[in-house]
Design a binder for this molecule. Structure first.
Ligand code: SF4
Length: 628
């Protein structure tokens, strides 16, 4: 019998998902694991006492080892377990104590200090406990791993190096990889490592619980969040880019060699499955995937496989082959707005030429035309006009409801700003509007629910937490809402995935979202330089949205922005609704092309795509059923 493969790895919580499955199934016979601190793992691998090690990136580079192309420990934002801590702000420190068990994090700390112009910073290498003790007015400490998770709260100032790296480079921070001494690796070992990782990702709750129990703590939730939200374990294209950038920056200041070589699977042997297959198959069955996994799908999954998985999920939720649409009308009651989003070509600042507030006659005529065309709902949205106060909005709602139409009105931004203008609560505004007759709240203005992105494109807009809070309160008060994503505004794939995860989290809490729709930023030559993204990117984003939003019943195809043909393709990439007959659109069309179709056109396109068209109301009830 062959000798088992000797693996050296730390027992830190961040290593455990990579190790979990190695102690199970057939891998248990083939693999022997020994736990040691990362620096000791590196020594054992370099000196032949281990065959494979889970090592800090810096150790792999310095020792000239070969990384394995499967799994990693990485973070796409705050990592929580690599922290600079101190009693004073970082700018007052003259010395940083570096935990001697960390090479990659110590290098990262130095790279980040150089980037901040702190070339004069002194560094002292000590044992972890001594680092904690040495913190003073002019001395900070680098803490890593479980120690960082445990003692960070003691310090007034904490700087998360994962967050600093991500804000600076926009790339994931890869801290550890599997490594070996040889340039060729047995594919069976790679397959064992990949399968172990998939088992580990499915076992986050058990791993978090075991870790809490080991520490005598009752609540595993912080550890579960750490595994699920702070870390990522798949080695995708973005992780490789992050790794390359880290090595390049560390090499530029003489700390590390410029690159790491990857070992290749031995030829003529069965090759391992990629982790993407497993994520896609889980997601297609409606099982939950993390934001990091969703980001990896956005980056790396072949569009055909992504579309097939999203289509499978759509069929589970809507097996009858029906595709719905609604006849409604947008009414943009005012274009005067103080928020001045960089991407918006619709608004006019107060007092500027071209600003308007629709008269009652104009609004009444639009409502009547909608009724005459068999329409059932008004989508009412406008700018943030400081001249219009709550009594105006109440009257506006009552006026439109007088036509016997359903009213879906006012984005969270409008409601949030009205509450500020009235110096009252969001709840009071929403209750007043509901009593006046408002039926539901559309999800406009979400853009990307990550404040780094929002502050770049819409500095004065409500924060992501405020947007979500308006939705939470509306739903708590019995109003249904929709959710949106406008992508391609400078966000990373991870931030796009995070947006979806935030919507999913609120839906878990309230169940109040009826539907989701996404579209790309329309570049109409405005101040914002976003990517003009094409049909492929749209279908990719839609498909991943279908897979992440496992608790959303309906996804709309955005044919008004993408065109009818892409709209038809969207029905095979996760969408089950063809949106609305566009009787009027002003906001998106002000910044780019918008397509229009009447009911007959919509129904023809749905049929040509292989589905049965059905009209619906604003709650996604089929109209016949709704009338019953
Ligand atoms: S997108 Fe809305 S909030 Fe932003 S400037 Fe345009 S009208 Fe105002």
């Amino acid at each position: 019998m062959n000798q088992p493969v000797r693996i050296a790895a730390s027992s830190y919580l961040n290593s455990r998902p990579l190790l979990y499955g190695l102690g199970r199934g057939g891998a248990r016979e083939r693999i022997h694991i020994e736990h040691a601190p990362p620096s000791e793992c590196a020594r054992r691998l370099a000196e032949g006492e281990a065959d494979i090690g889970l090592l800090p990136v810096a150790a792999i580079a310095q020792l000239g080892l070969y990384a394995l192309p499967v799994g990693c420990v990485s973070a796409r934002g705050p990592v929580e377990s690599i922290l600079l801590v101190g009693n004073t702000p970082l700018d007052q420190w003259k010395t940083i104590c570096l935990d001697r068990s960390s090479r990659s994090s110590a290098t990262l700390a130095r790279v980040l200090m150089e980037a901040r112009g702190r070339k004069e910073m002194r560094y002292e290498v000590r044992d972890p406990g001594a680092c904690v003790q040495s913190v003073g007015d002019e001395t900070g400490a680098l803490l890593i791993g479980d120690l960082a998770l445990e003692v960070a709260e003691r310090f007034a100032y904490r700087y998360d190096l994962g967050e600093m790296w991500n804000s600076w480079t926009g790339l994931p921070l890869v801290t550890a990889l599997w490594a070996t001494r040889e340039p060729i690796v047995d594919p069976l070992v790679l397959a064992d490592l990949q399968e172990a990782l998939e088992a580990g990702k499915a076992a986050f709750p058990q791993l978090a619980l075991a870790h809490a129990v080991e520490r005598g703590e009752a609540d595993p939730a912080p550890y579960l969040r750490y595994l699920k939200d702070s870390l990522a374990f798949d080695l995708g294209r973005r992780e490789r880019e992050g790794l390359t950038e880290y090595l390049r920056k560390a090499n530029a200041i003489g700390l590390l060699p410029p690159e790491i070589q990857f070992a290749a699977p031995a030829p003529n042997r069965p090759q391992p499955r990629t982790g993407l297959d497993a994520v896609l198959s889980r997601a297609a069955q409606g099982k939950r995937i993390s934001a990091a996994e969703a980001a990896r799908l956005l980056e790396d999954a072949p569009i055909a496989e992504l579309g097939a998985a999203a289509d499978e999920r759509r069929r589970q939720l809507h097996p009858d082959g029906r595709v719905t649409y609604i006849v409604e009308r947008n009414i943009n009651y005012t274009n005067v707005c103080t928020t001045a989003c960089r991407f918006c070509a619709f608004f006019r600042a107060p007092g500027r030429n071209g600003g308007y507030v629709l008269s009652w006659d104009e609004i009444g005529e639009k409502c009547q035309r909608l009724k005459d065309a068999g329409g059932v709902q008004v989508l009412l949205q406008g700018g943030i006009n400081p001249e219009l106060r709550l009594p105006y909005y109440e009257e506006l709602v009552r006026f439109i409801k007088g036509f016997g139409l359903r009213l879906n009105g006012f984005s969270p931004e409008e409601i949030h700003c009205l509450a500020e203008l009235e110096k009252t609560s969001v709840e009071r505004v929403l209750v007043a509007l509901k009593e006046a007759g408002l039926d539901s709240v559309p999800g406009g203005g979400a853009e990307v629910l990550v404040d780094r992105v929002r502050s770049r494109i819409a500095r004065k807009k409500a924060t992501s937490a405020q947007w979500l809070e308006v939705m939470r309160i509306a739903q708590r008060n019995g109003m249904r809402c929709s959710a949106t994503l406008m992508y391609g505004v400078g966000e990373t794939y991870y931030e796009r995935a995070l947006h979806l995860a935030k919507l999913r989290e609120l839906q878990d809490e309230t169940g109040g979202f009826t539907a989701f729709i996404c579209w790309p930023y329309q570049d109409g030559g405005l101040k914002l330089r976003g990517d003009q993204e094409g049909a492929g990117e749209y279908l990719r984003t839609l498909a991943v949205s279908r897979l992440v939003l496992d608790n959303f019943a309906n996804l709309q195809a955005s044919w008004p922005t993408m065109g009818p043909a892409v709209g038809q393709a969207a029905l095979h990439h996760g969408a089950n609704d063809f949106g609305q007959v566009m009787m009027e659109e002003n906001v998106v069309s002000a910044a780019g092309s918008v397509f229009a179709m009447d009911s007959a056109g919509i129904e023809r396109h749905i049929r040509d795509a292989g589905f049965t068209p059905m009209r619906r109301d604003g709650l996604y009830r089929l109209l016949d059923e709704a009338a019953a």
